[in-house]
Design a protein around this ligand. Structure first.
Ligand code: INI
Length: 156
């Protein structure tokens, strides 16, 4: 048997988007891309909750809380960590990436990582709706695929 995502009715699925405010010009583009693609694939607008946190480092703790509460069928995490001249960069990236990964492995809720990590603001712009696509859109699509797969394998 092969399990692959297929079109299902997503109308009743509840999605949370946990998004950090830091670098807000970029994250607003990621959020717009994620919302648009969720809605385009049939998620009801009223079933998408957006939870703002201060910075990317705060994403895991909020994602963990809502994953444990089991109110959502899936969680998209969005943020933008831009290197610039901050030494904080590596700490933030490691914290958010490890945190989200741990939560996704320790709960049964599909969670995707839509946190941009770039050296420059320009690269972040390219990946948030300009030349190199939109990481928010990609993350939302991955989540829908994952929810779909979860639905199929839960009855195995
Ligand atoms: N948070 C981000 O989301 N992006 C960044 O680029 C960033 N930098 O570079 O520092 C950043 N730092 C804040 C961090 O996420 C926490 O909010 C802060 O340390 C308080 O815990």
């Amino acid at each position: 048997m092969i399990y692959k995502a297929k079109l299902i009715d997503l109308k009743s699925k509840k999605i949370a988007i946990v998004v950090s405010k830091f670098n807000d010009l970029i994250v607003k583009q990621l959020l717009a891309g994620a919302q648009e693609s969720l809605e385009m694939h049939g998620i009801d607008t009223g079933n998408i909750d957006i939870i703002w946190v201060p910075g990317a480092l705060e994403i895991p703790m909020v994602a963990k809380k809502i994953a444990q509460d089991r109110k959502y069928d899936g969680i998209v995490t969005l943020g933008a960590v831009i290197k610039g001249d901050t030494a904080h960069y590596d700490l933030v990236i490691n914290g958010v990436a490890n945190g989200v990964s741990q939560i996704s492995l320790s709960t049964d809720v599909p969670i995707v990582f839509g946190v941009l990590t770039t050296d420059t603001l320009e690269q972040a712009q390219q990946r948030s709706g300009a030349k190199s696509g939109n990481k928010g859109t990609e993350a939302a699509l991955s989540l829908l695929e994952l929810i779909n797969i979860f639905d199929q394998i839960k009855s195995i």
